[in-house]
Design a protein around this ligand. Sequence first.
Ligand SMILES: NC(=O)C1=CN([C@@H]2O[C@H](COP(=O)(O)OP(=O)(O)OC[C@H]3O[C@@H](n4cnc5c(N)ncnc54)[C@H](OP(=O)(O)O)[C@@H]3O)[C@@H](O)[C@H]2O)[C@@H](O)CC1
Ligand SMILES: Nc1ncnc2c1ncn2[C@@H]1O[C@H](COP(=O)(O)OP(=O)(O)O)[C@@H](O)[C@H]1O
Ligand SMILES: [K+]
Length: 523
Amino acid sequence: MFTRQNRTEIQHFVVTAKQMQAIESRIFDAGMPVAALMEKVAGRITEGILSKIKSISVTSIGVLVGPGHNGGDALVVARELHFLGYSVVICCPFSKQKELTQSHFKYITSLGISINKNMESLQHCEVIIDGMFGFGLERPITDELAEGVNQINAGNKQILSIDLPSGIHTDTGEVLGTAIHATYTFCLGLWKLAFLQDSALDYLGEVELIDFDIPLADIEAILGQTPEFRRITPENAMADLPLPRPLATHKYKNGNLLIVAGSHRYTGAAILAGLGARASGVGMLSIAVPNSIKPLLSTQLPEALIIGCPETEDGAILDFPSNFSLDQFDAIACGPGLTQSATTLVQLILECNRPLILDADGLNILAQLNPILTLSQRQAATIITPHPGEFKRLFPELAEELSNHVFVTQKAAQQSQSIVVLKGAKVCIGTANTVWINPESTPALARGGSGDVLTGLLGGLLAAVVLNQTPIDAIVKTAVWWHAQAGIQAAKDKTELGVDALTLTQYLNLNPIQSRFLNKSHP
Ligand SMILES: NC(=O)C1=CN([C@@H]2O[C@H](COP(=O)(O)OP(=O)(O)OC[C@H]3O[C@@H](n4cnc5c(N)ncnc54)[C@H](OP(=O)(O)O)[C@@H]3O)[C@@H](O)[C@H]2O)[C@@H](O)CC1
Ligand SMILES: Nc1ncnc2c1ncn2[C@@H]1O[C@H](COP(=O)(O)OP(=O)(O)O)[C@@H](O)[C@H]1O
Ligand SMILES: [K+]
C-alpha cells in the first residue's frame, strides 16, 4: 500500500509572501488549475482541522471568510465539513470577492447554507475557522472589521487559522491593526517568515505545515541554491557535528578553547560558560578569570586550565598575565560577566587573529568602539551573540526595526561582516548569505545565565571545527539548536520554572539529545 511521501526536506525552507506568490505562479503557469490546487489544499486543511477537533465534542463550526483565496480555502473547508455532518455557520463581512472565492460562495449557498455579514453570527459556534486573510494582507484591519476580530478573540474559543492568523503580516510577523489569536495555525505549502518572528508568536498558537506537494524544482527556482532564510531542523543541525571522532585523534585535535569571562561581581557567568564548553566535548579548555576567583573556578571545572589574571580595583580582568599568548588557541569566547571595566582586555582580543565569539559585556564594550568598523576589520571570523538590548547598543540605526528580528539580523550581519546571533524566542543567525532561524525552543530559557551557557557551548564547538574546516555558520546553528533542545528536555522534566542555567548545563549531556547525536558515533 502507498502512503503519502514524507517530504522532510521542505521543513527547512522559509519564504516571504513575494517568494510564495512567485512559486505559486510557476505552478499555475505549468498548467495546474488554480481551482484544482485550492481543492487539494483545502482537502488537506480539512484533514488537519478534523484531527484537532475530533477529541472535543463539536456540533457547530463558525467559518470566517475573507475576500481573497484565503476565503476560498475556507469555503471549500466549510463545504466539506458540512458534508461530514457538522453544522456550519459562515460569516463573510465583505461585499466583493475574487472570482474563484465567489464561485465557491455560489455553490455553498445552493446547498442551503446561509452567509452572514455580521461577526456576531459566530458567537454560538464552538470552534471558529479563520479564513479571512492569508499572505495577501498588506494593510491594517480597521473599524468594524477590527472590532469583529477583537470580539472573536474575546470569545475564548478554539480558533483554527488557515495559512496565517488574519491580521499578521506574512514577512514581518507584525500585527496589522489587530489580529486573530489562533489556537492552531495551518501554514500552507512552505513556512512563511512570520512563523519565525518573535512578534507573531503570541498569535500563532500551535503550528503545523500542510504540505501540498510543491515541486522542489519550483522552490529552488525561486529561492536559489542558497535560500535567504532557512529553518534549523534536527537533520541540518546535526549534520556538521564533529562526530564520529577519528579513532587516532588526540586532545589538541578536538579544539583548544579560551574562555575570557567573569569578574569579582559575576563569578557564575564564567562557571556557566565553562560548563557549556565542557558539554561540547572540546579537547582543551582554558578559562581566563580575575586572580581572586581562580580557586572557585578550579573547584567547579577541574578539567579546565584556569588562568588567573591581574584585576582592576573593582575586580574585573585588567589584562592577561605576562608572556601569555592568544595564538595558541583555536577559538576564543569572550564576554560573560566581564563588567564594563574590562575595556583594554576586550580591545586586545578584538585585535587578535583568532576566531572569536563575543557576548554580554564583551558586546557592551564593543558598542563603544565603532562596532561595524571594528568587526569588519577583524582578520578572523567573529560571532556576536546579542540579546535585543545589546543589539540596539551595537546597531542603533537598526533599532527602529528591531521587532523584525529576521530583517535586522540579516542587515547587521551584512554590515559587520560577522555572524550575528540575535537571541530571543526564535534565535536568528545572520550569516553572509542566509539567516538561519531556530523554530523550536522554550520560554524556560528566558532567565539569567542561559546565554552564558550558549556562549560556552558555541565556543567549544567552534574550537573543535576550526581545525577541520567545517563552515563556521554551520556549527553556530548546531549550538543554538542543541542549547534549545536541552532547554526543552529540561522543561519537560522540571516544568518551565525549573530550568535554571546550571540545570540546563546538565541537560546538555542528557538523553534524548545525546542519543540522537550518538547515532553518529562509532559502534
Ligand atoms: N500559495 C499557494 O500556493 C496557495 C494559496 N492559497 C491561499 O490563498 C491565500 C492568498 O490569497 P490572496 O492572494 O487572494 O490573498 P488573501 O490573503 O486571501 O487576502 C487578500 C484579499 O484581502 C483584501 N484585503 C487585504 N487587506 C485588507 C484589509 N485590511 N481589509 C479588507 N480587505 C483587505 C484584498 O483585496 P484588495 O482590497 O486589496 O483588493 C485581497 O482581495 C493564501 O494565504 C492561501 O490561503 C491556496 O488556496 C492555494 C495555494
Ligand atoms: N522566550 C524565550 N523562548 C526561548 N528562548 C529564550 C526566550 N527568551 C530568551 N531565550 C534564550 O535564553 C538565552 C538568554 O540569553 P541572555 O539574554 O544572553 O541571558 P544571560 O546573559 O543572562 O545568560 C538566549 O539563548 C535566548 O535565546
Ligand atoms: K487566515
